[in-house]
Design a protein around this ligand. Structure first.
Ligand SMILES: [Zn+2]
Length: 270
């Protein structure tokens, strides 16, 4: 599943090809995504200029003349630049063609993605209640500590709650808690401000490293080939159960927390 680093990598790779460009044509071959793709997109998008390609949580926002195209990659979606002569494959549901010749192709085998149109994406029901972005100054130890007061849920579940902070998926929550030395089942309300400061820094560090390496799933934007990314080789605990902890040598443990597989070192994380 594309996580925040993959979406940010996609945004950075595509922005130079689409920003400032005019959309020439839209081809919707299959509108049956998580919500139906509005058929009017093919009418209103042509002749609009894309002013910016932004990201909020795992949503890509194409800022156009008259509003925003809001795209979510769902479970298996990808956006890539294709050659104009390249025939669409079975799961290539949507094409955006630009004046400069760029062809942006959306592929989504499981069709959990979204292609929607809205005026103000930040007021959209899908985005309005989201927590802060993890890579902004507003996400810090004091913020986490304040939000955690009185909460008995496991810190890992708390950290993966989109209303608390966006984009900290299962892999990144496990890795950040290991870096911060915090037991993933510890109650969120029973962690000190100092430890939350360490944790906020760990989240930023893990996400920055993943973005720098193109996410955990590497995508080739020209051919659209997807393979395990370089970041997968940097994982310290995720899916390393039974292997020695990189700090102390004790075997990494696996435990299900909030219905998600979690990986941690019982010696280093308290
Ligand atoms: Zn350890």
């Amino acid at each position: 599943m594309p996580e925040l680093p993959e979406v940010e990598t996609t945004r950075r790779a595509l922005a130079p090809h689409v920003c400032g460009q005019f959309i020439q044509a839209v081809c919707i071959r299959n509108p049956r995504l998580r919500q139906p793709v509005p058929p009017f997109l093919a009418e209103i998008l042509p002749r609009q200029q894309v002013h910016a390609l932004e990201r909020r949580a795992k949503y890509l926002l194409f800022a156009c003349d008259q509003g925003h195209l809001l795209v979510h990659l769902g479970m298996s979606g990808s956006l890539r630049l294709a050659e104009r002569a390249e025939l669409p494959q079975k799961h290539d549901h949507i094409d955006l063609l630009f004046d400069n010749g760029a062809l942006l192709r959306y592929r989504d085998p499981r069709r959990f993605g979204l292609f929607l149109w809205c005026q103000d994406p930040h007021q959209h029901p899908l985005l309005a209640t989201l927590g802060p972005e993890p890579l902004t100054a507003g996400f810090n130890g004091a913020y986490l500590y304040a939000r955690a007061q009185g909460r008995r849920q496991a810190i890992k579940t708390f950290l993966m709650d989109n209303h608390i902070v966006v984009g900290v998926g299962n892999i990144y929550a496990s890795e950040s808690l290991f870096l911060a030395g915090i037991d993933p089942v510890r109650a969120a309300g029973r962690i000190s401000l100092a430890r939350y400061e360490t944790l906020a820094q760990a989240v930023k560090e893990v996400l920055h490293a993943a973005i720098a390496q193109g996410g955990t799933t590497l995508r080739d934007f020209v051919s659209g080939v997807s393979q395990p990314g370089y970041f997968a080789q940097s994982l310290r605990v995720y899916q390393r159960d039974g292997y020695p902890c990189l700090h102390c040598g004790a075997p990494i443990q696996r435990r299900v927390i909030g219905q998600r597989a979690s990986y941690y070192c019982p010696h280093c994380q308290r």
